[in-house]
Design a binder for this molecule. Structure first.
Ligand code: GLN
Length: 534
């Protein structure tokens, strides 16, 4: 293929319609036809990246292999397409402005007034095309965050308009809108969609394909009506009805030939429709799984759907690959204590101790870990979860009562978790943690090694604190094993209690490395142990 094709995915009416899932699904369908596809997300906020946003603002923060803190939609892209994204796949308004301002200071625009058009839009367009030119992708899908009509997304929409003009046939726009069902009137309403498309047209963009999000199946009259009012061909109006799992969306859109419409519009040969065999097998396995596995996830953001997105999805994938339905219970760490731990946790087949920052809910995590350790309940600690496993062990097994992480208690007498040396002089908060993929060597015979089936692994990180190696011998003498280490620095990556059925803490985040086709082995092994524990 010669020219890279650019597909933009915009959203209208309301947010949270699942632009990320539609982008990932379309990407999957094109990939299944043999094209090299990547997806990027452009977010219209001023933060340089979402690393400094808390989950209440923005859900989970995803981390790429090359150490960029990004939007959680990149997790969907990776899970659907089985690809690795990089720092180039997530761009924010903040980053665009930073780059333009740096250029202005350098004198790149000497003599000129620096303006939104053309300087900001040129920078956006340069970033849109970056992946296409560098990596020679056949398709670059760009999801534009926010909703059309927002003040913040205007420069992005204007850039899409310019690119559609410049790239001609090599560019198209998929617009995702919402068709509500008014129960009292027993009617679907297409007006919000009409308005949203009109808004896009006023900004100079005629969408090529519409995807209508709906809670109930739309009949053909509705589709035809939308097509008529929005200048879009009948066959280019798709619907995306609520489905039990997001992983059904690619097949749903394939049935409506979204990929064929794209190929026709960019002038590529259509060819036979791919079978999506592996994908279908995965979905069959999900449907056929009858028995459940009950997992308790202990964290402090239980009321937020997206706070632990990648962990939830990784557990779901691991359950399916173990032929089980996932019955996931989010348990608020602030509500757990030594007195109620048994009552809250005994019904679970396995426990996951969530990552996190700061003091809130930390004591509940210790109580849950103590319960798991004393009752031999399979337990996976992730990042802060692993650090809590270490602290709990220090307090209750080694008798170091006030043991803590210096993140929680700066002056603890027993700093079993301490700030990493290279973090000690860091004052800036943004993008300065130990981020991205690092090597880890696993000890033969350990649970982690059994899970991965090899000694050398690479997993992604997001932390400032680490196990304090001064305590290593004391912990080992009491039965804890450190079975994964960074080969260069000796940083502890994995801690285990080998005499228990499955008790593993990892400093890294296995959830950032788990896809539909390649579920993370540690999650698969943990869920297997939970099933055996039933
Ligand atoms: N707060 C801990 C640290 O910075 C753990 C971070 C995490 O769980 N991602 O080391």
């Amino acid at each position: 293929m010669t020219d890279t094709k650019y597909i933009f995915v915009t959203g209208g009416v309301v947010s949270s319609l699942g632009k990320g899932i539609v982008s990932a699904s379309l990407g999957k369908l094109l990939q299944a036809r043999g094209y090299k596809v990547t997806i990027q997300k452009f977010d219209p906020y001023i933060n340089i990246d979402p690393g400094t946003l808390n989950p209440y603002e923005h859900g989970e923060c995803y981390v790429t292999v090359d150490g960029r803190e990004t939007d959680l939609d990149l997790g969907h892209y990776e899970r659907f397409l089985n690809i690795q994204t990089t720092r180039a796949n997530n761009v924010t308004t903040g980053r665009i402005y930073q780059s333009v301002i740096d250029k202005e200071r350098r004198g790149d625009y000497l003599g000129k007034t620096v303006q939104i058009i053309p300087h900001i839009t040129d920078e956006i367009k340069r970033n849109v095309k970056l992946l296409g030119t560098k990596n020679k992708f056949d398709f670059v899908i760009t999801e534009i965050g926010g909703t059309v009509g927002d003040i913040e997304s205007l420069p992005f929409i204007e850039s899409v308009r310019q690119l559609k003009w410049e790239l001609g046939k090599n560019c198209l726009c998929v617009h995702l809108t919402y068709v509500p069902y008014i129960a009292a009137a027993k009617e679907f309403k297409t007006k919000p969609t009409q308005h949203s498309v009109k808004q896009l047209q006023e900004l100079g963009i005629q969408p090529d394909i519409l995807v209508l999000r709906t809670e109930k199946l739309l009949n053909h009259d509705i589709i035809r009506k939308v097509a008529l009012f929005c200048n879009v061909a009948d066959g280019s109006v798709m619907q995306s009805v609520d489905v039990p799992t997001i992983y059904e969306v690619p097949l749903l859109l394939q049935k409506q030939e979204i990929d064929i419409r794209v190929l026709e519009k960019v002038g590529l040969q259509v060819g036979p429709t791919p079978e999506m065999k592996q994908w279908r097998e995965f979905l069959d396995r999900k449907t056929n799984a009858k028995e459940t596995v009950k997992i308790g996830l202990i964290g402090k953001y239980v009321e937020l759907q997206d706070a632990y997105k990648s962990i939830d999805e990784s557990l779901l994938l691991a359950a399916i690959y173990n032929d089980r339905r996932l019955d996931l219970h989010l348990i608020h760490s602030e509500k757990i204590n030594d007195n109620n731990a048994a009552e809250l946790l005994s019904g679970m087949d396995g426990l996951v101790i969530a990552p996190g920052f700061g003091n809130r809910g930390i004591e509940g995590k210790f109580a849950a870990i103590k319960y798991a350790r004393e009752n031999n309940k399979p337990c996976l600690g992730i990042c802060l979860g692993m650090q809590c496993m270490v602290i709990e062990f220090a307090r209750n097994v080694l008798g170091l009562e006030e043991a803590n992480s210096t993140e929680m208690a700066r002056n603890t007498p027993y700093k079993v978790i301490d700030l990493m040396e290279e973090q000690k002089n860091i004052t800036n908060m943004g993008g300065t943690m130990r981020l991205g993929a690092y090597e880890c060597v696993l000890q033969k015979g350990s649970k982690a090694w059994q899970a991965y089936g090899k000694e050398q692994i690479q997993e992604r990180h997001r932390h400032r604190f680490e196990f304090n190696n001064e305590y290593k011998k004391q912990f080992e003498d009491a039965g804890m094993r450190f079975t994964g280490e960074n080969p260069e620095t000796g940083l502890i990556e994995v801690a285990e209690l080998p005499e228990l059925k499955w008790f593993v803490g990892v400093q890294y985040h296995p959830e950032y490395n788990s896809t539909v086709i390649n579920p993370n082995p540690l999650f698969v092994s943990f869920v297997k142990a939970a099933i055996e524990n039933k």
